[in-house]
Ligand binder design. Structure first.
Ligand SMILES: Cc1cc2nc3c(=O)[nH]c(=O)nc-3n(C[C@H](O)[C@H](O)[C@H](O)COP(=O)(O)OP(=O)(O)OC[C@H]3O[C@@H](n4cnc5c(N)ncnc54)[C@H](O)[C@@H]3O)c2cc1C
Ligand SMILES: NC(=O)c1ccc[n+]([C@@H]2O[C@H](COP(=O)([O-])OP(=O)(O)OC[C@H]3O[C@@H](n4cnc5c(N)ncnc54)[C@H](O)[C@@H]3O)[C@@H](O)[C@H]2O)c1
Length: 460
């Protein structure tokens, strides 16, 4: 009796988001026959429900567009970006695409719509999905998440945003700028609780000044409502709103993959556990992007995907993913950018901090955008100590263009540069990036009345 032989590839990628696309393009470049299986359209969260629609909405709000026109701009941007990575574009680049939901049947086999497909190397890149907390009544309340908020065609009169993290802060500001009455509710004691405390305080003041009602340290106990009116209740507050956006984090998408069939281990949150080569507990099975729970941003997903493909296809000199210098940017206005360690995460008593408020940066003065600061943190090098200013351990920047400014500290960290190089490099006057040079100069004596201080020394 003839036995059906499953179709074979060198590598199969599960998921067509940033991580999956990076994996597939790297694998094809390395000469591997590659199949990309994706349930949603190629582009994933970033293109359809994440970076592209959110950043377009933020830009449109800053430009003063009315809500309807802003949403039209969002749809247009999504369509244009999606066209650069659709199935036709991928096929042109040698990537075969299959639309459907995959599940494992063995370490080297998956099943999609009744078809079994085989590859000695499989990369899991199935991303993450909005996490809705178990608050009494929320289940039965019509709430928006980032999967649906960019489909709104009518401006809500009021919006309560649950969760003061990246999504909550970015979208609270954008909706407030469209004239929506916004309440932002965060359970932790400050907004952006994973970031620099000074940045949290600054963003809270800023949002408040733009009309957002900020509730921190607020645990919502019940939510009730229908399509017209929703009420959130905590021990101390009652918030009545027209619409509710739940932005309380994301959970890895692994539930339907049947990972047990491949022997792939997950942590308690369902994230796939990987080593530094992005390989899972099952030899030959790799994972990249949000599904690993390591980082939740597109550039990290992309970097992990490239490492996963390289490590999967090579026997020697396998690439490894380094999380040390991955920048994180919150696209509020001003932007909040960090790389490496935050000041309160530094243990080394010899570490030093250069702090510069944007009010002392000429370009910020010229732009009348002096809210913010730059903080560079350095520590001694092994054997060389503080020679050349030591090495950069981290940077936090709050500034109009912080997302661009953070590239230079990220480069310094990636290249293992002496911090002094940042001070030595001639920066054009009057640019925003000159703030990096001005701050770095503080490690070499007084500059503009400021010198680097020890860690934990406050905002001076
Ligand atoms: C509102 C918002 C704004 C954001 N803004 C930014 C930003 O400005 N900058 C930034 O860097 N990051 C941002 N992010 C985060 C960024 O979008 C994600 O980190 C990134 O898209 C993750 O990519 P991924 O490939 O890991 O997962 P995803 O993009 O989620 O891709 C996973 C893919 O896997 C598919 N899939 C799932 N299960 C299966 C299965 N069983 N079989 C086959 N396919 C499957 C899905 O359909 C999906 O296409 C934002 C996120 C949100 C929600
Ligand atoms: N610019 C960017 O790179 C960008 C932008 C948006 C989102 N993202 C990524 O997408 C992911 C999702 O974003 P997010 O903002 O939803 O998650 P997040 O983890 O950044 O923030 C979630 C916030 O919700 C709070 N929270 C949790 N449960 C709560 C509850 N019951 N009531 C009130 N607050 C509660 C948390 O304390 C936290 O501050 C993040 O990991 C983020 O990195 C990145």
């Amino acid at each position: 009796m003839a036995v059906a032989v499953p179709a074979g590839y060198d590598l199969i990628v599960l998921g067509g988001g940033a991580a999956g696309l990076a994996t597939a393009s790297r694998a094809v470049a390395d000469g591997a026959t590659t199949l990309l299986v994706t349930e949603g359209a190629p582009g994933g969260d970033c293109t359809f429900t994440g970076c592209v629609p959110s950043k377009t909405l933020i830009e449109a709000a800053a430009d003063g567009l009315p809500f309807g026109k802003a949403m039209a701009r969002v749809r247009d941007a999504v369509t244009r970006v999606a066209a650069t990575e659709d199935e036709a574009a991928l096929r042109e680049n040698g990537i075969e695409v299959l639309r459907g939901r995959a599940r494992f049947v063995a370490r080297d086999r998956i099943e999609v719509d009744g078809h079994v497909l085989r590859a000695p190397r499989i990369v899991i890149a199935t991303g993450a999905a909005p996490l809705v907390p178990p608050i009494e009544g929320l289940d039965g309340t019509p709430a928006l998440t980032t999967d649906t908020v960019f489909e709104l065609d009518e401006r809500p009169s009021s919006l309560a945003v649950l969760g003061g993290g990246a999504v909550g802060c970015e979208l609270a500001q954008a909706f407030a700028r469209f004239g929506v009455e916004v309440s932002l509710v965060e359970e932790a004691g400050r907004l952006l609780p994973d970031g620099d405390p000074e940045a949290s305080a600054l963003v809270a003041d800023l949002l408040t000044s733009e009309g957002v009602t900020v509730h921190t340290g607020t645990r919502v106990e019940s939510i009730r409502g229908d399509g017209h009116r929703i009420t959130l209740r905590s021990a101390t507050a009652r918030i009545d709103t027209h619409r509710l956006l739940v932005a309380t984090g994301r959970a890895p998408v692994t539930g339907t993959l049947e990972l047990e069939a491949a022997g792939v281990s997950t942590d308690r949150a369902g994230a796939v556990i990987v080593d530094r080569h992005q390989e899972t507990s099952a030899a030959g099975v790799f994972a990249a992007g949000d599904v690993t729970g390591l980082f939740d941003n597109t550039h990290a997903a992309y970097a992990m995907g490239r490492v996963a493909a390289g490590a999967a296809l090579r026997r020697t000199r396998r690439p490894a993913f380094s999380s040390a210098a991955i920048p994180r940017v919150i696209f509020t206005d001003p932007e909040i950018a960090t790389v490496g360690l935050l000041e309160h995460e530094v243990n080394d008593p010899k570490a030093r901090v250069a702090y510069l408020p944007m009010s002392e940066v000429d370009r910020a003065i010229a732009a009348e955008a002096t809210t913010g600061f730059i903080k560079l943190i350095t520590g001694p090098r092994r054997l060389l100590g503080d020679l050349g200013g030591g090495k950069l351990l981290g940077a936090s920047i709050v500034a109009e263009r912080a997302g661009e400014l953070i590239g230079e500290p990220a480069l310094a960290m990636t290249a293992g540069m002496f911090t002094g190089r940042l001070a030595q490099t001639v920066h054009a006057y009057p640019t925003w990036s000159m703030a990096v040079q001005q701050a770095a100069a503080q490690f070499f004596g007084e500059h503009g009345g400021r010198t680097a201080r020890k860690v934990g020394g406050g905002t001076s």
